[in-house]
Design a protein around this ligand. Structure first.
Ligand code: ATP
Length: 251
């Protein structure tokens, strides 16, 4: 079948292009088919917030950057959707912090892990963890718990774009700080993370990187203050307030 080009002038160009990108990644074996459903939920929330970075997300991106800069051993966890949508942004963010990259999949197969590692390396990553998992996150019984001892297991800060609530909770139980990127402000993940970025991963990763570059030379005490004064639950309430105001103003 010949895929029709989506004209750039189409009002839903970005959204349609993103769907194509994910569909291709499913065909290549990078993304599991259920990733399309997870994307659909994210896309619906993106539609509701207006498909742009809202001020509350920008603020969370700033605080996330501060936490990554201060971390001793930060790791970015990459799944099939993130590898399909933002492989290069994962690599450049990891370089700017610097942070490690580890592949972690809900529907884990060695083949899919290998394909994602290859995709990240094609986008410039020098080292990617997750192929040879040698330990697991206590309390997580499914394959998402498998991890690398040198990567996620020893991390003090984990950035989890598109996460599920259980793993987020398990990370917290291990004493790790969790930064989540999740367009759904009421997901278990969003409520469980220390910092939740209610933004599309495609916008959020480059935004965090810009903040990392901007804040890198700030005093540690100033960065620490940014983190201490951030209240994630209050921010999520503010996002819901923003959403209801926006929806009420549409008709
Ligand atoms: P939870 O356990 O946290 O309640 P869930 O299991 O219901 O989450 P999943 O099915 O794992 O959620 O879906 C992943 C989440 O990722 C959804 O909440 C969705 O809003 C979000 N999401 C999907 N695509 C994107 C994207 N491109 N950017 C940011 N978030 C996204």
């Amino acid at each position: 079948m010949v895929m029709k080009e989506i004209p750039k002038s189409h009002p839903r160009y970005f959204s349609l292009e993103t769907r194509e990108q994910l569909a291709k990644a499913v065909k290549k074996g990078i993304t599991h088919e259920t990733g399309l459903i997870a994307h659909g939920r994210g896309e619906a929330f993106d539609y509701l917030i207006g498909e742009k970075t809202i001020p509350f997300a920008d603020d969370a991106e700033r605080v996330a950057a501060a936490l990554l800069i201060l971390a001793k051993n930060p790791v970015i966890s990459v799944n099939g959707n993130v590898a399909a949508l933002s492989p290069r942004a994962c690599v450049t963010l990891a370089e700017s912090v610097p942070a490690k990259l580890e592949v972690n999949l809900f529907h884990r197969t060695q083949k899919r892990v290998r394909l994602i590692v290859k995709e990240l390396k094609k986008n410039g990553a020098k080292q990617v963890y997750g192929e040879n998992v040698d330990t697991s996150i206590p309390g997580l019984l499914h394959d998402r718990g498998l991890c690398s001892n040198e990567g996620i297991y020893v991390a003090d800060v984990v950035l989890v774009p598109l996460e599920d609530g259980d793993r987020c909770q398990a990370f917290r139980n291990m004493g790790k700080k969790v930064i989540a990127i999740d367009l759904n402000p009421i997901s278990r993940t969003a409520r469980m993370a220390h910092i939740t970025i209610v933004d599309n991963v495609v916008r959020a990763l480059p935004a965090i990187e810009r903040w990392v570059k901007g804040l890198k030379h700030f005093d540690q005490a100033d960065l620490q203050n940014m983190i201490s004064s951030f209240d994630n639950i209050q921010m999520l309430r503010d996002v819901l307030g923003f959403l209801s105001k926006r929806l009420n103003s549409l008709l």
